[in-house]
Design a protein around this ligand. Structure first.
Ligand code: PBG
Length: 333
């Protein structure tokens, strides 16, 4: 090709590559930044003492007894991660999930212990029955159906007991109708008007929760979660879910999973202009870990690219098992 000809033929007034020439230039025009402030680290709290058991399908994630959970929070804080969300693994389960609102259960004990050791750490709690029911469903099962209103009653009890133990945020993940309003009402009645609600508003029935159910021993014994979690094909319906939770008093709304629902995150943020969380779920984490362990991807880059894309889509808060690793990577860059 004739070089000088090509050169004179191109009369470009805009050369978009100018702003990509050096790292300093790229940093100057960068639109999306990650900071550890927006990360929330999930922790799985179990019974016992000195327990630190790695979840097979989630390298780097552990079932932790309360004392170990406190240590984990302290090291996370040193990494720059100051928010956690707690899940409970009770020793005993029953058909109504009564350990979900037992003041001596792992989550409630962990809240008190963490608040004693690190009062400035923000504690959110996942509110659901699936970890507490012997059948593994998110609610009360009557005639093979997950009965909405009786389930909400139990979920409200769990939320109130987390607030009473000192949780800053309760996060209902059950997807029953009306639970946000019922929780708000019950919290206010008992003097917990400062406890915030982060609603798992658009929570999809996803294959990507697989490893979590390993970690939390919450695989349903029969059936699935399709009668309450959303159909992955729907996004207008997600707007109705979010609208409803906001109307009922949610302070933060969540989309879950994250990467396969970036369009939903963007739509929710744009439409409601509300604090919006995205949950980068267990399966999304496990896929990156598995590929990295095989040497098929560059893990730090893939991790940061993934979290950046969630942020770019509009998430204000990212719940991720990568919180600590990402915070360390950001600090080094
Ligand atoms: C409880 C709950 C689940 C997750 C968060 N809260 C599991 C489920 O709905 O089956 C999934 C989190 C993850 O996969 O990382 N209902």
């Amino acid at each position: 090709m004739n070089h000088s000809l090509t050169h004179t033929a191109l009369k470009l007034t805009r050369r978009l590559r100018r702003l990509r020439r050096t790292e300093t230039m790229r940093a100057l025009v960068r639109e999306t930044r990650l900071t550890p402030d927006l990360f929330v680290l999930p922790l799985f709290v179990c019974e016992g003492e000195g327990v630190r058991r790695e979840v097979a399908s989630m390298p780097g994630v552990f079932n932790l007894s309360v004392d170990e959970a406190v240590k984990e929070v302290e090291t996370a804080k040193a990494d720059g991660v100051k928010s956690v969300i707690l899940f409970g693994l009770p020793d005993r389960k029953d058909d109504i999930g009564s350990l979900a609102y037992d003041p001596g259960a792992p989550v409630q004990s962990a809240i008190r212990a963490i608040k004693r050791a690190a009062p400035d750490v923000l504690i959110a709690t996942d509110v659901c029955l699936c970890e507490y029911t012997d059948h593994g469903h998110c609610g009360i099962v009557i005639d093979n159906e997950i009965a909405n209103d009786p389930s909400v009653e139990q979920i409200v009890r769990a939320a109130v007991s987390h607030a009473a133990a000192g949780a800053d945020i309760v996060a209902p993940s059950d997807m029953m109708d009306g639970r946000v309003g019922a929780i708000r009402h019950a919290l206010d009645e008992r003097g917990f008007e400062q406890t915030a609600i982060m609603a798992y508003a658009a929570k999809y029935c996803s294959a990507f929760y697989g490893p979590f159910r390993d970690a939390a021993a919450s695989v349903p014994r029969f059936g699935d979660r399709r009668s309450h979690q959303m159909d992955p094909a729907n996004s207008a319906e997600a707007m109705r879910e979010v609208e409803q939770d906001i109307a009922e008093g949610a302070d933060i709304v969540m989309v879950k999973p994250a990467v396969t629902y970036l369009d939903v995150i963007a739509r929710v943020k744009e439409r409601f202009q509300f604090p919006t969380a995205a949950y980068h779920v267990s399966g999304e984490y496990a896929m990156l870990k598995a590929a990295a362990r095989n040497g098929w991807i560059d893990e730090p880059r893939a991790m940061l690219e993934t979290l950046t894309s969630i942020r770019r889509a509009g998430a204000d808060i990212i719940i991720t098992y990568y919180a600590r690793e990402a915070a360390r990577a950001i600090a080094q860059s």
